[in-house]
Design a binder for this molecule. Structure first.
Ligand code: BGC
Length: 700
């Protein structure tokens, strides 16, 4: 307990005292409340997703793990209340490291309040596949944006004395066949895309744990992947914490151990008695076991969970709701606003039709192990998936904003009634949703059911139709030209409806920008059809054939998201980085200066942004780089941005520093980042497809 020693020294002192049995206890779980074998020790669990015993005689606590992607999944014996924040993808749409910190800190506080000391969150697999059912839990398609946001989230979550993690390492980019799929991706693309997001998250957030994924990468399962775990994460990135398997994602003892898997979860099929025997038989060296244990102990000291033992307290509900609303307001993207349809003027509007399933009562949330209990009720077990609607009522929030207007509601299922209401109202606001969840992908990017038809019908009845989307990620919009306003609210959390109303009525000026491209249609994707397990593969899995059993070839390689659409010169519905405001901005005065740093040349970009409209607002100024042609890169990559708040008429100069790695490529032969000599273009503007300023610099 001498806190003047480093976590590593303290871990070393404990390690010396441990018996073999105690070491083994530390490297596996005790079972899961969601099925599979459980040990009697599970009674000591706080009821979270995972639980590992400590060593009480030495003061080493149990690990109480809880899923907490966008809020604490549930609070077991402590009253089952947690604040649901906007989804992780939504939280990326504000491009705001400070907001990411607030997000992580709130979750960290609630984890502690509810008796947990370890978080299962920090999903940063890239949205390489738009149909991935977990994209709402991830941070979009750009590695630099995703890594930055997740890094600040986990940094501030850990500041609350929580052991935080990043997951699912790596390339868990689809859910279909996730336990048997092999993600195939060349080394350079792997390092510059999916792994770069983790690398940046690691540098910024210093998470003490990494969860390896269900899938394989280039032939070996993630949790027994020498390249991903030992070579890159532990050796190259210098990761000091431990790697735990995704639930049931361990496939072996000696192979996984040698590759760098430190802990099996949720039980002990490979890392319990089998590991003890492997150590005794000399198949797993004692030094290797010691390294797993030392990493776990180091993470416990480093994160502060030993110095700050679990001590439950009451969640600050009111504070949580204010933060949740505020974060949602910063995350809602205004996609279309024709002829000043928005903001609505509460003093002038006389009648509003609110249309859409559940829009009288609630808003949808994302499912699976990320699912937060809605206020006043329990989420169903995710193995029996059900749509969970949060009690945040768009109808009531809108009605409260417009006390002089007649605000009426129609469910939407009855098309004639919905269109009649739209026709007789000044404005029609249609709430549509797309439910997504872990363990499944969406079949296509259309809004489910008859919602496209509903929008068409309402828009035909009333040209002043505004669509509010509650979606996991991107959807297609065949009706885009027929409506006057479109607002992307994502999964907006506990206070989503108030946040949406504040945007619709202009109490908040929208500032968020898309962290993911919205394509025109699936035909434009790198893979118009997803690769899913064939019946033969499903049978082989049932027969117990060792996997991975089928390949998904990510042959688009470096061209993830906007990089694909740009390289292939494809039109998009809404580009990456796009988002409107109720004011307007102009860009000028772009300059770039370069300077040598460790790792190569860094660039400092200076530019001015002016608020040319009549309202105060916050603009996200985006900086992209085009590398020399010899680098063989897609046309543009995001390398930095700045959020700048401006009063009407105000101009500010902003500086964006671009670190050398962001101007580099990964050189497979040299196994490292390198800068390519030649001319670099720096482009600045409001979205990946609106870059009015350009300048160049040369690198020798
Ligand atoms: C998910 C993980 C999660 C774990 C524990 C798995 O199904 O893939 O993200 O942390 O369950 O709930």
């Amino acid at each position: 307990m001498n806190t003047s020693l480093t976590p590593d020294q303290r871990a070393g002192l404990v390690l010396k005292e441990l018996t073999l049995d105690e070491k083994i206890l530390l490297i596996h779980g005790q079972g899961s409340p969601f099925g599979g074998p459980v040990s009697p020790n599970i009674l000591l669990s706080n009821g979270g997703d995972g639980f590992s015993l400590g060593v009480p005689r030495l003061g080493i606590p149990a690990l109480q793990m809880i899923g907490s992607a966008y809020g604490v999944r549930f609070s077991a014996t402590n009253g089952r209340y947690s604040t649901a924040l906007p989804s992780n993808l939504a939280s990326t749409a504000n491009w705001n490291p400070e907001a990411a910190c607030e997000y992580g800190a709130l979750i960290g506080r609630e984890e502690r309040a509810q008796g947990y000391n370890m978080s299962l969150a920090g999903g940063v697999d890239l949205a390489r596949e738009y149909r991935n059912g977990r994209n709402f839990e991830y941070h979009g398609e750009d590695p630099i944006l995703a890594g930055t946001i997740v890094g600040h989230r986990v940094r501030c979550e850990q500041d609350q004395h929580i052991l935080g993690e990043l997951k699912h390492y790596a390339v868990n980019d689809q859910e279909s066949g996730r336990g048997i799929v092999n993600s195939v991706l060349g080394k350079r693309a792997l390092r510059e895309t999916d792994l770069l997001a983790f690398e940046i998250g690691n540098e910024i957030g210093h998470p003490w744990a990494y969860m390896c994924a269900y899938n394989g990468i280039n032939g070996d399962y993630s949790c027994e992947n020498q390249y991903a775990l030992n070579d890159v994460l532990k050796k190259e990135w210098g990761f000091q914490g431990f790697v735990l398997s995704d639930w049931g994602g361990t496939h072996s003892t000696a192979k996984a151990s040698a590759a760098g898997l430190d802990m099996e979860q949720p039980d002990e099929g490979f890392y319990g008695a089998a590991m003890k025997k492997a150590v005794q038989d000399g198949k797993v060296p004692m030094a290797e076991l010691d390294d797993h244990v030392r990493r776990i102990l180091r993470a416990e000291f480093g994160s502060g969970i030993i110095d700050y033992p679990i001590h439950k307290f009451v969640v600050n509900v009111e504070e949580g709701l204010v933060i949740s609303r505020h974060l949602a307001e910063q995350s809602i993207v205004l996609l279309k606003n024709e002829l000043g349809a928005l903001p609505l003027d509460a003093a002038k509007v006389t009648s509003i039709a609110v249309i859409g399933e559940h829009a009288d009562e609630s808003m949808i949330s994302g499912g699976g192990s990320a699912q937060v209990d809605p206020e006043g009720s329990f989420a169903p077990a995710w193995e029996n998936p059900a749509h969970v609607w949060f009690p945040t009522s768009p109808f009531k929030s809108i009605a409260a904003k417009a006390p002089h207007a007649q605000v009426k509601f129609q469910f939407g299922a009855n098309l004639p009634a919905a269109t009649a209401l739209a026709k007789s109202s000044q404005v029609a606001i249609v709430f549509v949703h797309q439910w997504t969840s872990e363990a499944m992908d969406v079949p296509n990017l259309s809004l489910p059911g008859d919602q496209d038809k509903l929008i068409e019908a309402v828009a035909a009845a009333n040209p002043n139709t505004i669509v509010v989307l509650e979606t996991g990620a991107a959807v297609t919009m065949p009706w885009v030209n027929k409506v006057s306003g479109i607002v992307e609210a994502w999964y907006a959390g506990s206070k989503g409806a108030d946040a949406v109303a504040n945007i619709l009525f202009g109490d908040v000026n929208p500032s968020a920008k898309l962290p993911i491209t919205f394509p025109v249609s699936e035909a434009d994707l790198p893979h118009p059809q997803m690769t899913v397990p064939t019946p033969e593969v499903v049978k082989a899995e049932k027969d117990g054939k060792p996997g991975p059993l089928f390949d998904v070839n990510y042959d688009e390689g470096l061209k993830v998201g906007y990089k694909w659409f740009d390289a292939e010169k494809k039109p998009v519905l809404f580009p990456f980085g796009f988002g409107l405001s109720y004011t307007s901005y102009s860009y000028s005065g772009l300059k770039v200066a370069t300077g040598a740093q460790a790792g190569g040349t860094a660039a400092t970009v200076t530019l001015s942004v002016k608020n040319t409209g009549s309202r105060a607002g916050t603009e996200i100024a985006e900086v992209y780089a085009t590398l020399p042609a010899s680098a063989g890169e897609p046309p543009n990559r995001l390398v930095g941005w700045s959020r700048v708040s401006l009063k009407s008429g105000e101009t500010k100069e902003v500086k964006v520093t671009i670190e050398p790695k962001y101007l580099s490529i990964f050189d497979e032969t040299a196994n490292g980042w390198k800068q390519v000599p030649g001319i670099y273009s720096i482009r600045v503007g409001a979205s990946s497809r609106d870059l009015p300023l350009v300048t160049t610099f040369a690198l020798q």
